[in-house]
Design a protein. Structure first.
Length: 132
């Protein structure tokens, strides 16, 4: 497994600081079991809430069905930050937002961040996004 490069770590630290500046303070941070996802999640953990529950969880690997993560998020009242991979994240975004979002919204920003909030039982709406 390859770790984040020095530039990757610096980019992730900036992204996490941008998220913190927007008020991101998750109760829970979930990441895939891959090293770079964990390192990315750690940057958010340090910047946004070092007291958040932190760990790898099922449903965030590139080949996992997005429905697994949708089902874990459904009805959970906590603020949850997930760190995953392409092409899984755009597919998860499409599944969560459904017809409520315009198709361009499904273009998950590479090395970016998208904030959602529940807008019904299994429907979410986008609040903002950060592109590097």
């Amino acid at each position: 497994m390859r770790p984040l490069s020095d530039r990757g770590r610096a980019d992730v630290a900036r992204l996490a600081e941008d998220a913190r500046a927007r008020g991101v303070m998750p109760d829970v941070i979930w990441h895939s079991s891959k090293l770079r996802a964990r390192q990315t999640a750690e940057a958010f953990w340090r910047a946004c809430n070092p007291f958040a529950t932190f760990g790898a969880t099922r449903g965030l690997l590139p080949e996992d069905p997005p429905s697994w993560m949708r089902d874990q998020l459904a009805g959970d009242q906590r603020s949850i930050l997930v760190v995953g991979h392409m092409p899984h994240l755009p597919a998860l975004l499409r599944l969560l937002c459904g017809d409520a979002a315009d198709p361009p919204a499904f273009d998950f920003p590479l090395h970016g961040c998208v904030a959602l909030e529940p807008d019904g039982v299994l429907v979410w709406k986008e609040l903002w996004r950060i592109k590097p």
